[in-house]
Write a new protein. Structure first.
Length: 131
């Protein structure tokens, strides 16, 4: 689709709409993880190399979570598979020192969010070898 034929105001409005959807998806993902026994310890945590949507703990496992919102769960899964996991991994390496003091293990997960569907939590999407 692109923004070639759209006015600046239209592009700004689209960015605001996408930002609002992203925040709502992160809220949904945070509640989903809480229902599964996770404690959210950080949201939209920024580093010089990127941002992590959610940082959670479950027991002594530290989890960096990428949230993907799309019209369908299949599209969200595709976005997570080819998406920005390298960026999340780089940010997680930086953040592990800050959040990982009490953790025995660290991993990167994704939560997929789509309208009118239960979220889907994918564990260890960036590999099972930790960071």
């Amino acid at each position: 689709m692109g923004g070639a034929g759209r006015s600046r105001a239209d592009r700004q409005q689209g960015r605001r709409r996408d930002e609002a959807r992203g925040r709502l998806a992160e809220d949904v993902a945070a509640w989903w993880l809480r229902l599964k026994g996770y404690r959210i310890v950080g949201r939209r945590v920024r580093t010089p190399v990127g941002e992590v949507d959610l940082v959670a703990m479950r027991g002594r496992c530290l989890v960096f979570v990428e949230v993907k919102y799309r019209p369908t769960l299949a599209q969200a899964a595709e976005a997570a598979a080819r998406g920005r996991m390298a960026r999340v991994r780089r940010a997680a390496v930086v953040l592990a020192a800050r959040y990982g003091r009490l953790a025995n293990s660290v991993r990167i997960d994704a939560v997929l969010v789509a309208p009118w569907r239960l979220p889907r939590h994918l564990c260890a999407v960036a590999g099972e070898d930790g960071l």
